[in-house]
Design a protein around this ligand. Structure first.
Ligand code: M6R
Length: 604
């Protein structure tokens, strides 16, 4: 899940590479580095930590050259040190890499026998050593790279730069995406098109197994079998100006605040004239089953959707996390759809799960934010969630937009299966249309939520409870809190509490209860009473009616607008996000780039 970039330009490339790496920092920020060829000679600069450290280094030790490659690292093999930072160099070659070389230990041993020892702990260095070895044997850079690629197992995107070659980069894709950007007498390579957005909007995506020889005159692409391959040049619409904080202190704060707008956009996109507009091939009428697969927050969106597909459409629905699904060999009925949900559309496990399901089910459907992503491109039907670029590592607006699109799918499935008539559908859509307004009202309660979050920030452990469709939101609330504030948090179905977790309750443990005044409210309140009887500090998040009935004895009560039970998981996501955000701010953690994480998880 590292970010890679390369430029064959007209001007000095170091500042261009650093700018592009800024747009890739969401992929990892353990270290960063660049290499250039100048007057025929390769040189590089690397620094540990955020990109700013590399920028500072370049002020004191500039790097000249009009051809260069760059990397921002999420460490897999070896600690975040300068020596392990990319680009890795061996003799005449420098390489940047995203992914994992799975057979690097065997390759290392073979290279050591040839007298080529590794200096770093990384898997990537073996790639540089292999290329060097082949060049020592007299191969050209192109042939050396070709031979090396044949020896590598695993999933990777690689980009090479060579001594003495100011007009050549070699790129290769197996499992991790790579975009080639076309300029006017300039060429670019990036992990994604966003990295290249200010330089070009003309992009060629390498396909699985492709490698490419890039020069300023253009690109020659070969498929995995070494045959010349034609890949389209696509005009990509990317608005680089949207990737700004727009006056907010953090991207996460901006992205939470954007939710009413982006949700309204998504609803408008899918609902017209009292109908839900989805591709015609999405025929749920006689379907036997749905399988929903995702990771992290996206998997909690899928868990919520299971409640909707079952109750609204009477449709059998399995939910799985992609890292388990892909290796379990689950049987999938032919008369079923598999739906893959991913903000980035590049999550390695979700992509592998999609490939597993291909040919086993009637349709591969994806619900994605990045429309140009691998998951979108490999689906039969890709449904955009239209959340706009999400930069903060903690997924917020993508989650609520995923929920909205999944709810619309469930409503349409219910209609097609004869469980929802036109009048009921119109009611549901009317309620959904009111959701952005209710989100705005909820956001006005941010100061109260922030005060509660500041108190929660003192805790060591926090529990989240929910019942029914609020249970996945309890899991999501806990994930959000732990990933950005580093406070240990767990989410439970409220009914599970007395089967173990209640042992954790004491006066130091805040318990956040997500409980709109719905059909399950009384049951949840009983579980809440059990917590309070053991001196647990309850934060009840409910509506005015719920607060009237149940706020007595709670530590804090947060009141949200009333709304139909179906929509509560979407609205109640906002206080969960805000609690996590303000707890993190109170603790002074790095909200947008929390430790050990990356925005796009492209390794399994
Ligand atoms: O890009 P994806 O939606 O496939 O990412 C899945 C997870 O990695 C992601 O949701 C992760 O859990 C977030 N950091 C949660 O905020």
């Amino acid at each position: 899940m590292c970010g890679i970039v390369g430029v064959l330009g007209h001007n000095e490339v170091a500042p261009i590479l650093v700018e592009a790496l800024k747009r890739l920092e969401y992929r990892g920020y353990d270290s960063a580095g660049i290499a250039t060829v100048n007057r025929g000679r390769l040189d590089r600069r690397r620094a540990v930590g955020k990109l700013v450290n590399l920028s500072d280094l370049l002020v004191h030790e500039p790097l000249a050259g009009k051809a260069g490659i760059g990397h921002t690292r999420w460490a897999t093999h070896g600690a975040a040190t300068v020596i392990n930072a990319h680009p890795h160099r061996s003799g005449p070659v420098a390489v940047v890499h995203n992914g994992i070389i799975e057979n690097f230990r065997e390759l290392r041993a073979e290279l050591a026998e040839k007298g080529l020892a590794c200096e770093t702990e990384t898997d990537t260095e073996t790639v540089a050593l292999l290329v060097r070895h082949h060049m020592d044997q007299g191969l050209s850079p192109r042939d050396a790279a070709r031979e090396t690629l044949k020896q590598l197992d695993g999933a990777f995107a690689l980009l090479f730069l060579f001594d003495g070659e100011e007009d050549l980069m070699i790129a290769a894709r197996k499992g991790s995406p790579l975009a080639i950007g076309h300029g006017q007498g300039e060429m670019f390579v990036g992990s994604d098109a966003i990295a290249l957005a200010p330089m070009t909007d003309r992009i060629t995506y390498l396909e699985e197994g492709d490698y490419a020889f890039v020069t300023r005159a253009g690109v020659e692409i070969f498929d995995a079998a070494g045959r010349r391959a034609n890949r389209d040049v696509q005009k990509i619409q990317l608005d680089a100006t949207r990737i700004e904080k727009a006056g907010y202190k953090h991207f996460m704060a901006k992205e939470i605040a954007e939710q009413p707008i982006v949700l309204a956009d998504a609803i408008k996109h899918y609902c017209r004239g009292g109908k839900i507009n989805l591709p015609e091939e999405l025929d749920f009428a006689t379907l036997d089953r749905l399988t929903l697969v995702a990771c992290g927050t996206a998997s909690y969106a899928c868990m919520t959707a299971k409640y909707w597909f079952e109750s609204l459409a009477g449709l059998n629905c399995e939910v799985d996390i992609a890292s388990e699904f892909r290796y379990r060999e689950p049987p999938l009925p032919q008369n079923s759809f598999a739906i893959f949900v991913s903000q980035s559309g590049e999550t390695a496990d979700t992509l592998a799960a999609l490939r597993y399901a291909r040919d086993k089910v009637a349709k591969i459907v994806s619900v994605v934010n990045v429309a140009t992503s691998s998951i979108a491109r490999e689906s039969d039907i890709a449904l955009p969630i239209l959340a706009g670029v999400e930069v903060g590592v903690a997924s917020t607006k993508a989650f609520t937009c995923q929920l909205a699109v999944l709810l619309l799918l469930a409503l349409e499935a219910g209609r097609q299966r004869g469980r929802i008539d036109d009048a009921a559908l119109a009611e549901h859509l009317k309620a959904l249309a009111s959701l952005p307004g209710l989100m705005n009202q909820t956001l006005t309660r941010e100061p109260t939520i922030a005060a509660t979050a500041a108190a929660i920030a003192e805790a060591q452990d926090v529990l989240f409870l929910g019942r029914g469709a609020m249970f996945p939101l309890a899991l999501e609330g806990a994930l959000k809190l732990k990933e950005i504030s580093y406070i240990h948090a767990e989410g439970y179905a409220s009914g599970e509490l007395k089967h173990g977790p209640i042992a954790l309750i004491d006066k130091a443990v805040p318990v956040i209860v997500l409980a709109p005044r719905d059909a399950l409210f009384d049951k949840t309140v009983s579980n809440m009473q059990e917590v309070m009887a053991r001196h647990g500090k309850v934060v009840l998040i409910t509506d005015a009616k719920g607060a009237d009935e149940a706020s007595y004895g709670t530590w804090k009560t947060l009141t949200l607008p009333e709304l139909p039970a179906l929509l509560a998981p979407i609205l109640y996501a906002l206080p969960a996000q805000l609690l996590a955000y303000h707890a993190a701010v109170a603790k002074g953690t790095d909200v947008d780039q929390p430790r050990n994480l990356a925005k796009s998880v492209t390794v399994e």
